[in-house]
Structure formats: structure tokens, C-alpha cells
Design a protein around this ligand. Structure first.
Ligand code: GDP
Ligand code: GDP
Length: 457
């Protein structure tokens, strides 16, 4: 059975993933029974997190708001998921890993009266790999007699161990001071794409030279604005332009670069590719223009790949549709099947910048792609889907072993990113199969999606 059926609180996980707001997040990581919940109670100053005197007791993974020295932050108790199928050590590692992923800083808790165990060493490796700032808490130092035990924890290589008694409060002030030193004031970024939300949606109009970018831009922006912006483009580079389309305002990125025609001198390709990647950096969605009247060029597919690899929503616009005859149309369909399989999910519009054909289809396509890009599948729904999928289409047996998907969660949006936990290495073919089925089930039209697999032996 997948973890979704085993009672961890999927809604709470989703709330945690969504609801960070502008507050930085501190993840409390450690083995079961080292005192994480007790410490969380101490930090938030309430008796809310449940504490039971039993290792690995089932508890929801929860986050609380906390305040220290006038600063607000979120505390994520990673002690919660009881994923039986993974076994205790793997379970601890899995939840720590997801906790660390969500966090801006990590508070690593070790039981000083026990000392560092193998599981602690494994957790240290995870924390190191994340590159996140960490503070080491040597817990259960209830009095001066146990203080020496804490000093042994220097050996973990995480710097100074702070001796604390979560139960009595001893040392917790110093610990929190140390935490605030490494915790950023606000999360560095709210979204996977590193772009601030809000404002007009940002569109990059890209494509190789002569496909009709400036013609399309002129068509959608109206001729008047061209002159004005061409002037601006000479003083500042690049220049973005606000354009009204379909009743909304859109920000077209680097229109100055599109309008200033670059003639074919040596290095023009390189310049164009730099400009494309700079525009992609700033954009949320890429409208990739190709010339439908000509055979798809290698440069076209390269530009499409750039947009996909940048993790942007993608719309493909086939321009110069007015120049197509029946024969070309036939070959075009076959070209698309052959050369654009990797972006079958991208909405296509067949337009003509010259005649204005199907210009009105551009905005719905862009909106579809942006919606796919921002889709989040609730964890419970995802796991119900994965459970059925794995039952009906198990991974092929390899060398007497059959890797299984244990559970999954969507770790982010813009674009959607999934993390699957599996009992063994999943073959590329099987990962592609999962992606295909995910798209069939949930859409994701117009967006790349990424699936990473974490193996739990
Ligand atoms: P978690 O599984 O890491 O969340 O650990 P808990 O917070 O549930 O604590 C496990 C047990 O350790 C409980 O019985 C706590 O009362 C006890 N405990 C936690 N912190 C301290 C401490 O500072 N000193 C002592 N003596 N016991 C503690
Ligand atoms: P850019 O280099 O991508 O900005 O391409 P341009 O907009 O400069 O267009 C290159 C050439 O293709 C120009 O001669 C345009 O007039 C022509 N063109 C652009 N769009 C269309 C179209 O939809 N139909 C036809 N027939 N020609 C077009």
C-alpha cells in the first residue's frame, strides 16, 4: 500500500508546501525520540505538538509559527510520517529530506545522552548535501553533569553543539539566538522559477531569425508603439513592452532585441542564443515561433529545448500559415510527430503574422500553458493515482528484484516538480511511462514537468 493509505496527513503536507508566505522556515530534523517535538513545544511556547514516550509514534508532520527576538519564522516538525513500507531508518531519512528541502535552515537535534548513532551520521550527510545552514542541538542536557556529553558531538562536523534541555528550557535561548543568525530574514524565493509573482504575466517571444517575430510583435502591439520602443531600445537593453491582448496586459520580454534586426555576421547565432536565454530567464511562458512554410530546422528544436530546459511554460506558434499548400501541410504533420515528440504537450497555434490569421488563439494557448505550469496535485490525490498505477502496471522485474514506487509528493510548481520515493532504481522507460500517465490524468498542458526519484533500500 502507498503511504497515502496509511494515515499521514496529506492535506497538512499540502498546507505546509503552499502556506509558507513570506516567513522563513526552520526544519527540525533528527532521529525519533531525540526530543524534536518537545523542542518544538519549547520554541513555540505552547503545548501543542504531541509528545509520546515511544519511538516513531505516529504524528502528523506539522508546521507552527514561532517568534524569537522580534522575528517570526515557521517551525517544521519533520517527525511525522509513519511510512511502514520504508522501514524506520529510511522513513526518518525520507521525511528529513523533504523537510530539509522545504527549509531555509535546519535545526539538527541529537540526543546527547545517547551520542551520535549511524542514523545521525546518515542525517548529517543529507543536511550537508542540501547546503542549507544548520545549527546543532545537543538535547537532553538537563544539567551541568551531562554537558560533557554534548562536547562529543563536535565530531559530527557541524560546528558547535548547543547544549539544551528541551524539557526544562535550559540553553534554549542561546540555541534560538544561533538559529536566527543563520536563518534568512525572508525566504530567498517563493517559487521554483525564482521570479516574484504578481504583475502582468511575462512572455518571451522567441525563435530563429526570419520566422516572423517582429512581424508578430507588430501585429499584436500595433504599429504605433514600435517607433517609441525602438527609440528606447537604443538607450537601454533589453527593453520589455506592455501589450494588451485578449483584454489583459502582458509583458513581452526584450522586444527591443526582437526589433533590432541582427544581420548575419559571425557570432550572430551566439548572440541570438544568449538573448534567447536571457529572455527565458525573465519570462514565465515562452511563445516559440517557427516558420511553418519551411522544414523545421535544427535551430528551431534547439530553441524549443532551451525553453523546456529553462522550465518555462511553452506555446508553439506555427507562423506564415498563409504560405502553406496541401503538400507542405502533410509534411508538417509528419515533421511535428518526428521532431517535436518531446514537446507533444505544448499547445500549438497556426497563425499568420501577415494576415492576422488565428491571432485570437494566441492568448487562450498562453493561458492554458500558464495554468498547467502552476498546477498542484494534492498529495492524497497523487498517491491514490500512483497506487492504482503501480498496482496495474508494476515495474518490470530486474535481476530478481522489482522496484516499487512507495509514495510521491509534488515538491513544487512553475513548473510542476515531483519527488517519488521508490524501493529501487526506476528505469528511464518506467519514469517516462509515469510522466505520460501523469499527463493523461492531470493535464499539465503546456508545461514541462520534472520527476525525481529517491531510492530507499
Ligand atoms: P521526537 O520523537 O524527536 O519528537 O521526541 P519527543 O519530543 O517525542 O521526545 C521523546 C522523549 O524524550 C519524551 O519522553 C520526552 O519527554 C523526552 N525528552 C525530550 N527532551 C528532553 C530533555 O531535554 N530532557 C529529558 N530528560 N528528556 C527529554
Ligand atoms: P524575425 O526575424 O523573426 O523578427 O522575422 P520578421 O518578422 O522580420 O519576418 C521575416 C520575414 O518573414 C519578413 O519578410 C516578413 O514579412 C515575413 N513574414 C513574417 N510573418 C509572415 C507571415 O505570417 N506570412 C508571410 N507570408 N510572411 C511573413
Amino acid at each position: 500500500a502507498l503511504a497515502a493509505e496509511e494515515g499521514f496527513d496529506a492535506d497538512q503536507i499540502d498546507a505546509d508546501l503552499d502556506g509558507h508566505g513570506p516567513m522563513p522556515v526552520l526544519a527540525i530534523v533528527g532521529r525519533p525520540n531525540v526530543g524534536k517535538s518537545t523542542l518544538v513545544n519549547r520554541i513555540i511556547g505552547r503545548r501543542e505538538a504531541v509528545v509520546e514516550d515511544r519511538p516513531g509514534v505516529t504524528r502528523d508532520r506539522v508546521s507552527y509559527e514561532a517568534m524569537w527576538a522580534g522575528r517570526r519564522f515557521k517551525v517544521l516538525d519533520t517527525g511525522g510520517w509513519e511510512i511502514d513500507v520504508l522501514g524506520i531508518d529510511a522513513m526518518v531519512a525520507a521525511q528529513a529530506e523533504l523537510g530539509i528541502e522545504q527549509a531555509d535552515a535546519v535545526l539538527f537535534v541529537v540526543d546527547a545522552t545517547v551520542g551520535a548513532t549511524d542514523t545521525d551520521d546518515a542525517l548529517v550527510k543529507l543536511i550537508r548535501r542540501s547546503g542549507k545552514p544548520v545549527v546543532l542541538c545537543a538535547n537532553k542536557v538537563d544539567g551541568p553533569s551531562t554537558e560533557a556529553e554534548a562536547a562529543y558531538l563536535w565530531s559530527l562536523g557541524l560546528g558547535e553543539p548547543y547544549p539544551v534541555s528541551a524539557l526544562h528550557g535550559r540553553g534554549s535561548g542561546d540555541l534560538l539566538d544561533a538559529v536566527l543568525k543563520v536563518l534568512p530574514e525572508a525566504p530567498p524565493q517563493l517559487f521554483g522559477d525564482g521570479l516574484a509573482p504578481g504583475g502582468p504575466r511575462r512572455v518571451a517571444l522567441i525563435g530563429r531569425p526570419n520566422v516572423g517575430k517582429s512581424s508578430l510583435l507588430n501585429k499584436v502591439a500595433g504599429e504605433d508603439r514600435v517607433v517609441v520602443n525602438e527609440l528606447a531600445g537604443t538607450t537601454r537593453d533589453p527593453v520589455d513592452e506592455l501589450i494588451e491582448l485578449g483584454g489583459k496586459t502582458w509583458k513581452f520580454i526584450d522586444t527591443a532585441g526582437i526589433r533590432r534586426r541582427v544581420h548575419l555576421t559571425s557570432g550572430a547565432d551566439f548572440y541570438a542564443s544568449l538573448r534567447t536565454s536571457a529572455a527565458l530567464d525573465k519570462a514565465e511562458v515562452a511563445v516559440v515561433l517557427v516558420d511553418a512554410s519551411e522544414t523545421l530546422a535544427e535551430q528551431d528544436t534547439r530553441i524549443i529545448s532551451m525553453a523546456v530546459e529553462a522550465g518555462r511554460a511553452v506555446v508553439i506558434a506555427y507562423n506564415k500559415w498563409d504560405q502553406l499548400d496541401e503538400e507542405r501541410r502533410f509534411y508538417l504533420e509528419r515533421e511535428i510527430e518526428r521532431d517535436l515528440v518531446q514537446v507533444q504537450w505544448a499547445p500549438r497555434v497556426n497563425v499568420s503574422a501577415k494576415t492576422g490569421r488565428h491571432m485570437e488563439k494566441l492568448v487562450p494557448a498562453i493561458e492554458t500553458a500558464l495554468a498547467g505550469w502552476e498546477t498542484r496535485i494534492p498529495t492524497a490525490r497523487l498517491n491514490a493515482f500512483l497506487g492504482e498505477l503501480v498496482a496495474s502496471h508494476p515495474h518490470p522485474i530486474r535481476g530478481g528484484k522489482q522496484p516499487r514506487v512507495l509514495f510521491g509528493t509534488q515538491a513544487g510548481t512553475r513548473p510542476p516538480r515531483f519527488v517519488l520515493f521508490a524501493s529501487g532504481f526506476l528505469e528511464a522507460g518506467y519514469r517516462r511511462f509515469i510522466e505520460r500517465r501523469l499527463r493523461e490524468e492531470f493535464g499539465f498542458e503546456g508545461t514541462p514537468i520534472s520527476i525525481s526519484v529517491r531510492v530507499r533500500e
